[in-house]
Design a protein. Structure first.
Lengths: 202, 552
């Protein structure tokens, strides 16, 4: 699904509000100035997300996954490759990274960071849509991109779309790229886009 | 109606609500987590057993009271925002690493690792029929995890440190092997090269002198190198034995100066000696003491350019005898100073480096100094600015010092006039060397090539009996050990003839074996004339103390 220039601008502006809120939380939490930027956003059928993400993500990934429900429902994920996850955790905590599989503390920190970002973005959408969105507990999974995509495709009915948001974390003179993926039903996406256009035109 | 759970009753009477309450009580007993709930005003409405146990607050204490009043630090630490977020439907994860803990509870583990129980927590809305009706908080004690992660990090750091050390040791050893082969080959090349020249064509006297000088210098250098390696091997294996006695620091210093003087002169380096009068003795091994000073001096000469100055001082400072060697040479960079006494180290460690040597000399110095209760240190103002080496030994109980009116004076060459020496060596060159060195001191030398010839000479009544026997140990036929054993079993005075063993075996056990067999002294090859003469004097001295030797 192609976004019009106006839709794209409106979506980026809205995401930046959410990212600004998340960056403020992370700055306060870590004592370092954290800047979060949205350089790019695009929307694809879920089945096509794999080819989009595999261009920017290599190797194993760490995913923070939250399910949200309400009038708008779906899956929200923050995806980081392992080196980005390790780097982000080190920048936030000043601890040298260990392999994520043995570092439960690092997994927990990443879960908190992902939770902050996903809450901020979806919370902002909820405000715009004037609906209450409720969230499941976030979970961090270590898996391959392929396994993740398969789990998104299995047992779900109806055509669904994924919003892929590039998220650049900048802190302490370093930049770490992560990817926010929000999977929505056609109806949810349609509602969201209409509300966003209305918000933009207000 | 009786109790709903009394025996005989049908369970039909038990309401689902009651069952739920019973189940919750069980779950509460089993729970390994802290759980509490609030209403939308953040007033505590539930407080589980785990929390009662670890906070020392009973549910009666907390239920009905506002959370932020019970725990005012939640607001101060910015955590109240998570409760506001929960009331708007958001879930929060509070990681231990970024928050430490949610509720302040005493540390269950009394190891002082942290004051409060390390926790992670989740805060979520309680939702009923799409409406937020309160909040629920779940707290995990992560003490175990934090401890095991710390341990893991410590192990990884240890392993990394060990790996780096092993790599460094392996690198240093590889460099050492490269240096070793270079250092062994270089003097050999000179020796072999000159020998080929000398054998190939007639040369004039000046060339011959030069050739011999080169051969002598290189062979000596190689002997020193091998001796250093053997010493280091002995030290490493704990087999180096010291012959501890009273050492005159002045004599040791002067002897070391004598050895390096030719090299300094050849390089145009001014070698200055200042010795305080009346220095007390020190305890140690005289030979090793001289080796220590010699090594430091040789090092100074090696790293000082032509026209430079090497200044050696021996003086008393408080209760120590301090020998200082100061040079105007290359000096050392501050970052190399800590490694200066390490084995196999030189500041430039490639084979093409300008200064030869194995980098063992100073390592030996430190080991030998410390084994004798002394201390050695090095300092340098920087590259190009010279170095100072300081060796300090505790002064021995004050003994009358050796009188040395003119410390710069070299002791006169020993006088062996009238001493009859019988030399046995199957190697003609070695025989000649020994005979020439002794004859130069006035000794009357008779040489033979085998043990049997030596025995014949000793038993031959037609010649005056020799005063001393010098025997090679490794000889075909009857070897030196067998010779001395036979001699010691002979009848008459000849059985007590002082005897010096000369051999290429330089290990301590070889020395001991020679003594056990009946030799009075042992000299390892290559021998210098000075060492030979000294050994002869000692052997004779030992025997004369026994009372039946005198010069005639």
């Amino acid at each position: 699904m192609d976004l019009s220039a106006a839709q794209q601008d409106a979506l980026i502006e809205l995401l930046n509000i959410g990212f600004g809120r998340a960056a403020a939380s992370l700055s306060q939490l870590t004592g370092h100035r954290v800047v979060l930027e949205v350089p790019h956003v695009s929307i694809h059928p879920v089945a096509a997300v794999g080819s989009v993400l595999s261009e920017v993500i290599k190797g194993d990934i760490a995913t923070v996954h939250q399910i949200f429900s309400g009038p708008v429902a779906g899956d929200a994920l923050l995806i980081l490759d392992h080196s980005a996850a390790g780097r982000l955790k080190q920048l936030l905590t000043d601890e040298p990274p260990l392999p994520l599989s043995v570092d439960a503390s690092a997994r927990e920190v990443l879960t908190e960071v992902g939770n902050i970002l996903l809450n901020a973005c979806l919370g902002t959408f909820g405000n715009i849509l004037e609906v209450n969105v409720s969230f499941s507990l976030p979970h961090l999974n270590l898996e391959t991109l392929r396994d993740l995509l398969e789990s998104l495709l299995i047992n779900r009915e109806g055509l669904r779309y994924a919003m892929v948001v590039h998220a650049g974390f900048r802190l302490r003179d370093a930049e770490v790229m992560g990817y926010l993926v929000i999977v929505l039903s056609v109806a949810s996406l349609d509602l969201l886009m209409r509300r966003i256009e209305a918000w933009e035109a207000r | 109606m009786g109790s709903p759970l009394s025996p005989g009753d049908k369970n039909l009477a038990v309401s689902p609500t009651l069952l739920n309450a019973a189940m919750l009580r069980w779950l509460d007993e089993l729970s390994g987590q802290g759980v509490f709930i609030t209403d939308t005003d953040l007033v505590v409405r539930g407080w589980n057993r785990w929390l009662e146990r670890f906070t020392a607050l009973t549910s009666a204490n907390v239920i009905g009271r506002p959370l932020l009043q019970l725990f005012p630090d939640l607001a101060m630490r910015g955590l109240a925002a998570h409760y506001r977020a929960a009331l708007s439907g958001e879930v929060s994860v509070l990681s231990h690493r970024l928050h430490g803990h949610l509720l302040r509870m005493p540390q269950s583990r009394k190891d002082g690792s942290s004051e409060f129980m390390p926790q992670s927590a989740r805060i979520a809305p309680l939702i009923d029929d799409g409406q937020v009706v309160g909040t629920i908080t779940v707290i995990d004690d992560v003490t175990e995890r934090v401890t095991s992660e710390l341990e893991l990090r410590r192990q990884i750091a240890d392993a990394e440190r060990a790996r780096l050390q092993a790599e460094e040791a392996s690198r240093v050893k590889e460099e050492f092997l490269a240096t070793l082969s270079h250092e062994i080959r270089t003097p050999l090349n000179a020796v072999i090269g000159w020998i080929k020249i000398l054998r190939g064509r007639p040369v004039d006297a000046a060339t011959l002198t030069r050739a011999l000088e080169v051969i002598d210098r290189n062979a000596t250098a190689q002997a020193v190198l091998i001796e250093d390696m053997l010493d280091m091997a002995r030290i490493v294996s704990g087999k180096l034995r010291l012959d501890i006695g009273t050492v005159d620091p002045v004599a040791a210093t002067l002897a070391a100066v004598d050895v390096v003087a030719p090299a300094a002169a050849a390089k145009g380096i001014s070698l200055r000696t200042s010795i305080s009068p009346g220095l007390p003795s020190i305890r140690g091994d005289a030979g090793r003491m001289q080796q220590i000073i010699w090594n430091v001096l040789a090092n100074a000469v090696k790293f000082t350019p032509t026209g430079g100055v090497v200044h050696v001082r021996a003086e008393q400072q408080d209760a120590s005898i301090v020998i200082t060697v100061e040079d105007t040479g290359e000096g050392m960079a501050a970052d190399f100073l800590p490694y200066i006494f390490d084995r196999f180290r030189q500041a430039t460690s490639s084979v093409s480096r300008p200064q030869g040597g194995l980098g063992l000399g100073l390592a030996l110095v430190r080991q030998l100094v410390e084994m004798q209760g002394g201390q050695v240190s090095a300092s340098s103002p920087g590259l190009g600015l010279g170095s100072v080496f300081r060796i300090a030994f505790p002064a021995a109980i004050s003994l009358p010092p050796m009188v040395e009116d003119d410390p710069g004076d070299v002791p006169p060459l020993a006088d062996l006039i009238g001493i009859r020496v019988l030399v046995v060596d199957d190697d003609a060159d070695a025989r000649d060397l020994t005979a020439t060195a002794l004859a130069a001191c006035g000794a009357d030398v008779y040489v033979v090539a085998s043990s049997d010839q030596a025995l014949a000479r000793l038993l031959d009544g037609t010649h005056p009996a020799p005063h001393l026997l010098i025997a090679d140990l490794g000889m075909p036929g009857r070897n030196g050990f067998e010779l001395i054993e036979l001699v010691r079993k002979l009848d008459g005075d000849v059985a007590r003839i002082p005897a010096v063993a000369v051999s290429g075996y330089a290990r301590d056990q070889d020395r001991e074996r020679a003594r056990d067999a009946g030799f009075n002294q042992h000299l390892s090859k290559p021998i210098t004339p000075a060492a030979l003469v000294e050994a002869v004097l000692r052997a004779i001295g030992i025997e004369s103390e026994k009372g039946d030797f005198r010069r005639d």
